[in-house]
Design a protein around this ligand. Structure first.
Ligand code: PMV
Length: 320
């Protein structure tokens, strides 16, 4: 029997990944850039030597959908593998647009590789994590991480690349949770619908590489206005491809718009804060740590919960 436990953190894209150039391998149509967060975490233990596969989530048998997705991923990652016991838990809401699939697949990849005695090279692990959920390939590292779309058909050049560690820049994401519960349309289905039906999808792809280059430069020079501006533009362009899909994908709730307007008002008032969203109604606001309290206060009337999360580390293995 061997056992390994990995802890991974979600990442929030500053420049978004939306759309696949290869559905089977989770190869993205666009490059992206993210910030790995502290505070929220997935802890996953993988044990070998069991009689049959077993998947536990938060101490109980996982739902059939969750278990089959995790096991199908492990079949691809470790062909001919032995039965495994997987125990996973999040300290934040699962499947609600808070990047639980990124931390979940990053933790599962590293724990499974370690328990199975497979390669622990981070680039290798990042390619594997990408097969579970695209955005998971960025959670291998802490801080600011790029994911280049790559051109190779086999996906060998499509993995996370660290840009700057968590200590590089003390920014925070103030996360306004405006609705809980699982999202209405999952990201894979949403991406495919946008790609196939939105007349704006081609323009989205055309602009993305320049946005990643711009954001990377802004991170290197610690220029918050430059980073915030390209970040908000990227998210609104992504949501434009969602809104113009057929049928439309409208993840926003009234409180989502209220938060976006609050951020614009804060900015008009001299606070450097910019918003981003994913495939869900939550609004995440990037600002300096010194402005986090003011931003939280302003968002509070519209949110069920507020979390202030700073730059976090990459995946870690717990000592046995
Ligand atoms: O990794 P997935 O399949 O959960 O897709 C993530 C998509 C977005 O969160 C909307 C954007 C991103 O880059 O994380």
């Amino acid at each position: 029997m061997s056992q390994a436990t990995a802890i991974a953190h979600p990442n929030i894209a500053l420049v978004k990944y939306w759309g696949k150039r290869d559905l089977e391998r989770n190869l993205p149509a666009v490059s992206s850039l993210s910030l790995t967060l502290d505070g929220f975490a997935t802890r996953t233990t993988v044990t070998t030597g069991t009689a049959a596969d077993e998947v536990l989530q938060d101490g109980k048998a996982a739902s059939p959908g969750f278990a089959s997705r995790a096991l199908a991923f492990l079949d691809r990652m470790l062909p001919g593998r032995e039965p495994l016991r997987i125990e996973t838990a999040n300290n934040f809401p699962t499947g609600a647009g808070l990047a639980s699939s990124a931390s979940g697949f990053a933790a599962l990849t590293v724990a499974a590789a370690s328990a199975a005695g497979a390669s622990l090279d981070p680039t290798h692990l990042s390619r594997w994590a990408r097969l579970g959920s695209g955005s998971a390939c960025r959670s291998l590292w802490g801080g600011f991480v790029a994911w280049h779309r790559g051109v190779a058909d086999d996906g060998s050049d499509s993995h996370g690349v660290p840009v700057a560690g968590p200590g590089h820049w003390d920014l925070v994401m103030v996360v306004a949770v405006v609705a809980t519960g699982p999202k209405s349309v999952g990201s894979t289905e949403g991406m495919e619908r946008s790609r196939k039906t939105s007349p704006y999808f081609a323009a989205w792809v055309d602009n993305a590489e320049a946005d990643v280059a711009e954001a990377q430069e802004a991170v290197r020079s610690r220029d918050l206005e430059r980073l915030g501006t390209v970040m908000e533009h990227s998210t609104l362009k992504m949501h434009a491809t969602m809104h113009t899909a057929s049928p439309p994908l409208l993840y926003w709730q009234p409180a989502t718009l209220a938060c976006l307007q609050t951020v614009a008002a804060l900015r008009a008032d001299g606070t450097s804060a910019w918003a981003t969203m994913d495939a869900g109604p939550q609004v995440k606001v990037l600002c300096a740590r010194s402005d986090a309290e003011r931003v939280s206060q302003a968002l509070r009337p519209h949110a069920l919960q507020i979390h202030t999360l700073g730059p976090g580390p990459g995946v870690t293995l717990e000592a046995p």
